[in-house]
Design a protein around this ligand. Structure first.
Ligand SMILES: [Zn+2]
Length: 97
């Protein structure tokens, strides 16, 4: 006695093989031929200084001769002039601001 089986039974679809001519792109890098992977980050220019001119040196305060002169001549008040007349000079390029 043969088993009638399920009348509406459809065989399961075959496992998805996709298009036989279709090859999925490899997941690894380099799928786009025109795309170059970015090079590892290299320090091109290490802007360590705060100089607006060369960006490499450091601006340091220097008192001016006039400031020292004012500090000596106008002693108590001259100190204000001394600190007010400081100039920022770059240690790399000598830029003064
Ligand atoms: Zn500089």
């Amino acid at each position: 006695m043969s088993y009638p089986g399920q009348p509406n039974y459809c065989p399961p679809p075959p496992p998805y093989g996709g298009n036989p001519g279709y090859c999925p792109p490899p997941p690894q890098f380099g799928g786009n031929p025109g795309y170059c992977p970015p090079p590892p980050p290299t320090v091109i220019m290490q802007a360590t200084g705060n100089c607006p001119s060369c960006r490499m040196g450091f601006l340091s305060s220097h008192v001016t001769c006039l400031g020292v002169f004012c500090a000596i001549v106008l002693f108590p008040i001259g100190l204000i002039c001394l600190f007010a007349m400081q100039e920022q000079r770059c240690s790399h390029c000598g830029f003064c601001s």
